[in-house]
Design a protein around this ligand. Structure first.
Ligand code: TYD
Length: 213
């Protein structure tokens, strides 16, 4: 068992994940809680190289190949960043983790959930999050928010996949949360930034204090 605390943030496009992660890490800093922030796909050098292939490759990547790349990046990330930080007792904050694979490649994509589970268990080597924050938002609200912030021409390969795909991602995430209500906490991402941020802090403190006792 590790000594640290692993918290992951998940959600569909435009759910406000990045700004909530910023507010959360600011809160950790203010409370002098030592943390490491990382993201998937990516993390260490090898993982960042895989990220570039996954998000910006012009070619259509086959579903299995794509998932194996995510998993390979994940295994590297766990070994070189996540586990060492947890061993040092830090809070590890991840912008996406394996729930993204279940939602995107499984529920919304063409892969069998059993296969995803098998490979994921192999890749994560026992590293299950202590807490997962799911920022739940509809396709319409998410893209409305995204288009305010960014030039839509810059959308990456996965973001361009359309409403049907992203509706399935959302449903998939909610199904995952239903199956693991203790770990995955669903937050309505249409609430105000402050409200959401306070909810996240409260949920975190409750779990963190229990584990640290
Ligand atoms: P990113 O630029 O990090 O987007 P976001 O701000 O939405 O997190 O891109 C990550 C994309 O990769 C995102 O569309 C979700 C997708 N993804 C998967 O499909 N499977 C996975 O296992 C992971 C980690 C991400």
């Amino acid at each position: 068992m590790h000594k640290g605390f692993l918290i992951t943030f998940e959600g569909g496009e435009g759910c406000g994940k990045s700004s909530q992660i910023k507010l959360f890490t600011k809160f950790l800093e203010e409370n002098k809680i030592d943390y490491v922030l990382s993201r998937e796909p990516g993390g260490a050098e090898f993982g960042e190289m895989i990220r570039k292939i996954l998000l910006f490759s012009k070619n259509n990547i086959d579903a299995k190949t794509e998932f194996l790349l995510f998993s390979s990046s994940r295994a590297d990330h766990i070994k070189n960043i996540v586990k060492p930080a947890l061993r040092e007792g830090k809070v590890v904050v991840l912008d996406r983790f394996y729930d993204s694979s279940f939602a995107y490649q499984g529920y919304a994509g063409s892969l069998d959930l059993k296969d995803i589970k098998l490979i994921t268990d192999f890749a994560i080597d026992g590293c299950v999050p202590d807490l997962t924050i799911l920022l739940d938002i509809s396709y319409e609200d998410g893209f409305a928010r995204k288009s305010q912030d960014e030039n839509l021409k810059n959308l990456d390969r996965i973001e361009r996949k359309g409403k049907e795909y992203h509706d399935k991602v959302r449903k998939g995430y909610l199904e995952l949360a239903k199956n693991e209500p203790e770990r995955i906490k669903v937050i309505d991402a249409t609430k105000s930034r402050e409200e959401i941020s306070n909810e996240i802090k409260n949920i975190f403190l409750e779990k963190y204090n229990k584990i640290k006792k």
